[in-house]
Design a protein around this ligand. Sequence first.
Ligand code: 1GP
Length: 248
Amino acid sequence: MGVEEHLNKIVEKEGAVHLTLIDPDTQIPEVAGKIAREAELGGTDAIMVGGSTGALGATVDQTVKAIKASCDLSVILFPSSAAGLSESADAVFFMSLLNSRDVNYITTNQAIGAPIVYKHGIEPISMAYIVIEPGGAAGWVGDARLIPRNKPKLAVAYSLAAKYLGMHYIYLEAGSGADKPVPVEMVAAVKKAIGKETKIIVGGGIRDGTAARERVAAGADMICTGTIVEEVEDVKGKIEELVRAIKS
Ligand code: 1GP
């Protein structure tokens, strides 16, 4: 079974998926492996590997290899450019930053990266990346025209465009370490418009079970957390809290 099918089955059976994001620029590969193992024990469903700056080339590859060696979870690349690819990963969020002003983040890196994905048999998971205020480093690096937090209609418009373009997943991103996650009202408006088939991932600034639960209740199919894992001592315990909050 492919990674996308596996994640979709979890949504169907358990109500939601939890994804743990590891930025290869934040720690050495050995530590990344340990974090992934703790996250696996805490019940996370898959590991995402990527970051806006510094998650490039050998750094990504060595991190992916260390994670694969220390846990049984699927590793999904979350690249900010074609340089964020690694042949050792299981899948890649093959994403386009739809509200970018820079064609590099909409189609050019995708064209450069596609033959690498093809050559190494990495599973591509078609995804729209939509950056909401405050947007963080992802918004800055990707030159996003940030969606204002109080304009859910704009997020709906981009999400419908993504659906009509055939994208399977929509990632609503507030930016890593955002002071506030994507508003619940925005998640609800997007889910109402796009329906069950297209999956919504929400990430950026989610730090506890309550924030995760509220977004799943509003219609998020998957929750991604990254920063909190870097901040806590007890990774397994934190992941358990998040997973418990979102699974039905
Ligand atoms: C960042 O959405 C992800 O791209 C995760 O955000 O680091 O704030 O959990 P956090």
